[in-house]
Design a binder for this molecule. Sequence first.
Ligand code: CS2
Length: 484
Amino acid sequence: MQTLAALPATVARPAYDRARITPGIVHLGIGAFHRAHQAVVIDDRLNAGETSWGIIGASLRSPDTRDALNPQDGLYTLAVRSAAPPQYRLIGSISDVLVAPEDPEALLARLADPAIRIVSLTVTEKGYCHDPATGSLNEDHPDVRHDLTAALPRSAPGYLVEALARRRKAGLKPFTVLCCDNLPSNGATVKRVLTRFATLRDPDLGRWLADELACPSTMVDRIVPATTDEDRAQVSQALGLIDAWPVMAEPFWQWVVEDHFPTGRPDLAASGVELVKDVAPFELMKLRLLNGSHSTLAYLGYLSGRETIADAVGRDVLRKVVSRLMEEATVTLKPLPGFDLDAYKASLLNRFANPALRHRTWQIAMDGSQKLPPRLVAISRDRLVRGLPVGVAALGIAAWMRYVAGPDEAGRPIDLRDPMADRLKALAAGAGGDPAKLAKALLGVEAIFGADLPADPRFSAEVARHLAGLMTQGAERTAEMVIG
Ligand code: CS2
């Protein structure tokens, strides 16, 4: 972004002097979601004069974001897309992006800097090296084993614990760890993972974290599809400037945060963040209604040739499936007095139908082993505990199995992206195309389904029945039969 003077007047931009901003936040996992969500709220706070909360971004893997953003001084465009004309805004809250594997010490030095009071994360579900079924650290995870013995870490928990150890040694307070990923009880889960990791390194450090570390829970929500080359070209044309990596988002956003920041925080509420005592009711609602529907649409939609969520939810039968899922999930939620749940559900269907977003089913289908437990397996478990039939959550789970085994209904191979891909593919291959065997093999993955559910025929028989339908009749026909 060579010069901002030439920008159309309609493009909003930072009103603050970026040179006066000092960093107070390090964000791990500087992908599109963070840049369209938390970084926008922080940009608002900087506009309001809270100059000590700038963001240093860090990638734990690839240099791509740094290579795109640093040459444009960290500035990038947020493009808000809906049926209305797009709106553009330049975001200035990120001053620098570090690439951890290139220089782990540089990131650790930042994390240990007393000016840093919050470390936020969007490293996706798999980035926490935990067991999705139990929420505990996976001590056999290759990155965990590496980080417990090597001089320099490579995982998110490894960086955080090493930096916290350095802070403790320097007599500093811990930073607050703000998890912004779709994990159940994300604050408590991250605290459990970090404390266990620290204890394995040094029991005193583990005790210090248990006593001192604040990990407030959060619910984050905004639909942010991956940026495509077409998006880049479109934004650059609208701006009259090249932006190497703009981010695309829907108009809606929500951020609910447990108000527990012993070392301070920006005035998030002034920018529309909901600060609450207990995030759990919001989180369950969002993970099960929004994300549960998303995954169900992704698998059923992908199999039947729908490229985007809008295409999938545009199919009458698939929209009915997710409406049913939302109804069935409702009894498993925690009460939110005064909250209009029916309006929320209706708004989700509208958000999914956003014609301008082009959120690919394949993108949402990724990492199913991590996403299924809080989204669909949890709904199933909670319904069965209440003595209710498992319902259409079992159809979503069966669609995931059919997706794992591939190919799609047009016979095209499926590019399965999942940290457990090798194991899942081997299990699918071993079933030799037999739905009952496939269901049994995949239900045996305890990290996803636990030990209880596969042993319960009300669940396992239903999943196997739907899987047989999907393999013989296809997604839409099976969905029609289920919906009745
Ligand atoms: C999606 C989420 O990719 C996915 O799994 O379900 O990224 C979803 O778009 C966000 O959670 C919306 O807040």
